[in-house]
Design a binder for this molecule. Structure first.
Ligand code: MRU
Length: 349
């Protein structure tokens, strides 16, 4: 395991999956151990672990547990047990493409094993490798992205695309970390990210934990901070990036991008190549709809009347024309994305 200056969100320890319980942050930093893949699926569903790369690796670790849980002695039965576990893990959240990516990677290596023991070892080692690679990829992405940021920039970010959304280091926050590590002095503005506060509970928590200058704003203050020149660049993460440069990320990202465009503020997205979906079109992407109580309550306290309709999408789509650049581990894609994105994949072969 690599030494990193930030929190490790998910890892494999003594044949168990260990995760930070993100539902308890910022009040309690609690680690939970899982030995049953059904519980890992539930952890993804209930946002104990969240963020596209973190759920990709968690899905892979879920399959590693499934390989240990299966009591079969035949290869074919083990593969069929893994297929069953894959479906349960996949059905947890529909928008982030990294989950399917992580599960597919594991199923591909599992099929190469000849015996049950060999498959178990292959699956566990591949999942651990994916976790370590996630950190390396974020650090490389951070270095590429840091070149777009200057000394004394104040950078806005939305939701949490940090250590807590990945294995460690982060995508958007990884870019901010790398910018600071390159000697530039930067400040961060974090949006609180209603309705479940990934910005205030997680981004503000991890940036404070790691010694950053961070200011929290209500989501509704994005226009105010931009109009008053309190921010000069934006970087966010992504749950899915299409080959056309359409970016799916936490609900509210689209509004941030629109206001940034209005004020001539560069809007960047940081996402590893595992977040790209080169096959789908915008109409194919399923936006997760979440329960209404996330909007009608704050914690246990009701903040809306009973019996009303609620629209609570977890993600929105930012069109390519609002995006100044997409930062990946293979470099930065610029407009037109239909040309630059395939080139990044070529360069990464
Ligand atoms: O619902 P969440 O908290 O899983 O949403 C997470 C985001 O939208 C992140 O910005 C995205 O996954 C990128 S994480 C590096």
């Amino acid at each position: 395991m690599q030494n990193t200056p930030s929190l490790r969100t998910v890892e494999w320890k003594n044949d168990k999956v260990v995760m930070i319980d993100q539902t308890r942050l910022p009040n309690d930093l609690v680690f939970i151990e899982y030995s049953d893949y059904h519980d890992v699926a539930n952890a993804i569903k209930t946002l104990v672990v969240r963020g596209a790369p973190a759920i990709g690796v968690s899905g892979a670790f879920g399959l590693a547990l499934a390989a240990l849980q299966s009591n079969t002695s035949t290869k074919d039965q083990l593969i069929s047990d893994l297929e069953k576990a894959k479906k349960i893990l996949f059905d947890t959240r529909p928008t982030a493409v990294n989950l399917a990516w992580g599960l597919d990677q594991i199923m591909n290596v599992a099929k190469h094993g000849n015996t049950v023991d060999e498959i178990r070892k292959l699956v566990i080692n591949t999942a651990k490798q994916m976790a370590d690679n996630d950190i390396k990829i974020n650090m490389t992405m951070g270095k590429h992205g840091s070149q777009l940021f200057d000394d004394n920039d104040t950078i806005m970010t939305h939701c949490n695309a940090g250590s807590l959304a990945t294995v460690a280091y982060g995508t958007a926050l990884g870019v901010i970390r790398a910018t600071k590590e390159s000697g530039k002095n930067v400040k961060v503005i974090a949006t609180e990210t209603r309705p479940i506060q990934q910005g205030s509970r997680l981004t503000a928590f991890e940036l404070k934990h790691d010694g950053f200058d961070v200011s929290l704003i209500p989501d509704t203050a994005v226009g105010y901070t931009m109009a008053n020149k309190l921010v000069n660049k934006v970087v966010v993460g992504a749950d899915r990036v299409l080959r056309t440069g359409h970016v799916y990320n936490k609900i509210g990202t689209y509004q941030v991008a629109l206001i940034a465009k209005q004020h001539g503020i560069p809007f960047y997205v940081a996402a590893p190549l595992s977040t790209f979906d080169m096959k789908s079109n915008p109409q194919d992407v399923i936006i997760e709809q979440r329960k209404g109580t996330e909007v009608t309550q704050i914690g246990d306290k009701k903040t809306a009347p009973d019996g009303i309709n609620v629209i609570n999408p977890a993600f929105d789509m930012t069109p390519p024309e609002l995006i100044s650049g997409i930062i990946t581990e293979a470099g930065v894609a610029k407009q037109p994305f239909v040309e630059s994105i395939p080139k990044l994949f070529e360069a990464n072969k």
